[in-house]
Ligand binder design. Structure first.
Ligand SMILES: Cc1cc2nc3c(=O)[nH]c(=O)nc-3n(C[C@H](O)[C@H](O)[C@H](O)COP(=O)(O)O)c2cc1C
Length: 211
């Protein structure tokens, strides 16, 4: 059972309850991968290096399941972020919708899929343009004597054929991010709105926060 907050907040012309904000945020995330102009299509993912230092980078949101509050993105299994996540699977995902003036900060627990059905399914639906980057002969972030395009140079601007792209499968990984907590922030001259949604317990706990 989920707690039903009684209070609402006035943001612009509409009144929102905490439950509305939580639901709308997930709805916005859910539709982002298929919407051409969604600001939530890409996001920043922050990890911790094995030395305990912070690190962050942009990634593309591939899929969202609102019910299990899970998000997925693709990466190269040899990437440094994968090393970070093997050591510490906790991460933070940061979304910013400039049009709606909404920031979502999600604390997540991650699982890396490389050879299972999830990875196979996502690979099957990945087009040749994306698959091209998984053909890289070099580990992402490795030092090179000259600029390296991220795939065998003979491809140039050409896409690999479906058959050629299959060589990238061994480098492909899907990162699953289960959201444990979401911090919502809406910027507005009429008053900012900040709330925290905690999904870690048996029931969802929702709380207004001072911006
Ligand atoms: C807009 C944008 C989208 C990106 N999407 C991805 C992505 O989906 N997966 C990925 O591994 N890297 C993506 N990158 C590259 C990463 O930001 C990063 O440079 C690279 O993955 C190496 O990161 P790492 O050394 O932390 O592993 C993207 C970069 C930009 C600018």
């Amino acid at each position: 059972m989920e707690s039903t907050p009684k209070s609402t907040v006035r943001t612009g012309i509409m009144d929102y309850s905490l439950t509305d904000l939580d639901r709308d945020s997930w709805q916005q995330l859910h539709t982002a991968p298929s919407q051409k102009d969604s600001y939530f299509k890409t996001f920043t993912m922050a990890t911790t290096t094995p030395d305990g230092a912070p690190d962050a980078r942009m990634v593309v949101l591939r899929q969202v399941d609102e019910t299990s509050r899970t998000l997925w993105f693709h990466t190269d299994v040899r990437a440094q972020k994968v090393t970070h996540l093997h050591r510490n699977p906790q991460a933070v995902l940061l979304f910013w919708d400039e049009k709606e003036q909404v920031q979502l900060r999600c604390r997540v627990s991650t699982t890396i899929h490389t050879t299972d059905a999830m990875a196979n399914e996502q690979w099957a639906s990945t087009w040749e343009g994306s698959r091209k980057m998984y053909l890289s002969e070099h580990e992402p972030g490795s030092s090179q004597l000259e600029p390296y395009p991220g795939f065998p140079a003979y491809f140039g601007e050409k896409l690999p054929t479906r058959d050629e792209s299959e060589a990238g499968r061994t480098n492909f990984a899907v990162v699953e991010c289960r959201v444990l907590e979401m911090d919502y922030l809406h910027l507005s001259r009429a008053g900012q709105t900040r709330a925290r949604f905690d999904y870690g317990g048996e029931t969802v706990s929702r709380q207004w926060l001072a911006p």
